[in-house]
Design a binder for this molecule. Structure first.
Ligand code: FAD
Ligand code: FES
Length: 350
């Protein structure tokens, strides 16, 4: 049976279908809830449950401590209601309907697949039906269970286009089921089913601060989506992208970034090389947290967007906060490995 999730203090009600998590139910109804991993690993969706019973599923202690549990908090990306209703704390400002409800099993055709670096491919996907509506910075989930590729999250690397085409940058993870399927089996002309959009790593179009974007590896994807949208709408306050690559071969989409720089005076990008053999004439070498103070003595007035693997994101976040960035203007997207969802038995659902 479905359950009611009641948002407090607004009292708004959302229906949670059997098998859905509270996060999924909120998103289907168009509400924003911060989330990064959808897998009980990052703690981003931690929420106080005021009334009702839920199954928390299997989550990491570092994301939800025993003390958190004792105080009534839960991770909504994995929580499934067990009682007919669940009251959760949900700020009134956030309770505005802003996001597009995610869709499931949306058919796309792979129109192109290009190797961008030795370990990364770019997929171009065109919708067969209606365009998928999303905000720049959000992500899709793709996979093919029959081919042994479970659903995984991939950020959309472009702003919405009239033809609905979306681009994904997928890094090969050694032994990784879905990334290996994308690299070794998926081909131009294949049809796939995508789910989404998900995520809250979205830029506020009305922001009136300069923007700093930090990315490594395929963390460039959501940053490209955000920057693409900002440049198209003539964002005036300046966007700086700092990209971390190990080698010259890993420096992604240099051509596109150079074109953006030449076309838009408000956009600049730097690449820093972290490997033992940086290319000759490299402008920067070393990790972003090390070079950042030389580029920005203070970040008090900046909005900051950081995306990439969780260690990279944490290190950059600490660095930008150390340079005075305001915590509420620091947005992060950590590419947490997937954590299998635990589905409670049907007879335990309320
Ligand atoms: C919000 C979000 C957005 C994401 N966007 C992108 C994106 O745009 N492009 C992209 O390439 N990936 C992205 N990811 C990561 C992606 O969803 C998968 O986790 C990744 O592709 C690995 O999936 P897999 O099925 O190949 O590996 P799995 O079969 O899940 O994992 C196999 C093994 O590899 C380990 N592993 C998984 N990921 C990594 C890693 N990154 N580094 C080292 N070891 C790992 C696992 O712990 C496991 O032991 C994103 C993740 C999140 C949460
Ligand atoms: S723990 Fe819920 S989104 Fe990461």
């Amino acid at each position: 049976m479905s359950a009611i999730v009641r948002l407090q203090p607004s009292g708004h009600e959302v229906t949670c279908e059997p098998g859905d998590t509270v996060l999924t139910a909120l998103e289907k109804a168009g509400y924003i809830m911060p989330n990064n991993c959808r897998a009980g690993a990052c703690g981003e969706c931690k929420t106080k449950v005021l009334d009702g019973v839920f199954d928390q599923g299997m989550v990491l202690d570092m994301a939800l401590s025993q003390e958190d549990r004792g105080q009534g908090f839960g991770l909504m990306c994995m929580a499934k209601p067990l009682s007919p209703s669940l009251d959760i704390e949900f700020g009134t400002i956030d309770a505005l309907q802003k996001l597009f409800p995610p869709r499931e099993f949306v058919p796309f055709v792979v129109t192109d697949k290009v190797a961008r670096t030795p370990t990364m491919v770019e997929l171009s996907l065109r919708p067969l039906g209606e365009n998928l509506r999303y905000w720049p910075g959000q992500y899709l989930m793709i996979g093919d269970e029959r081919a042994g590729a479970p659903l995984r999250s991939y950020s959309i690397a472009n702003a919405p286009r009239p033809d609905g085409e979306v681009h994904l940058l997928v890094t090969r993870v050694e032994g990784g089921r879905t990334s290996t399927w994308v690299h070794d089996r998926l081909a131009a002309g294949d049809q796939i089913l995508a789910h989404g959009p998900y995520g809250t790593f979205v830029g506020d179009p009305s922001v009136d601060t300069p923007v700093l974007c930090l990315a490594s590896g395929s963390g460039l994807a959501p940053i490209l989506g955000l920057a693409d949208a900002a440049l198209r709408r003539g964002f005036r306050h300046g966007t700086t992208l700092v990209y971390s690559a190990r080698t010259a071969d890993d420096a992604l989409l240099r051509g596109l970034l150079t074109w953006w720089e030449r076309k838009h005076r408000t956009f600049r990008s730097f690449t820093t090389y972290t490997g033992a053999n940086p290319p000759e004439g490299a402008q920067f070498t070393g990790r972003i947290p090390t070079i950042l103070p030389g580029l920005f003595p203070t970040l008090e007035k900046h909005s900051v967007f950081i995306a990439g693997n969780p260690d990279f994101v944490e290190a950059c976040k600490a660095a930008v906060l150390g340079l005075g960035a305001r915590p509420e203007l620091v947005h992060v997207e950590g590419y947490f490995p997937h954590w299998p969802a635990e589905i409670p038995p049907a007879d335990r659902l309320g």
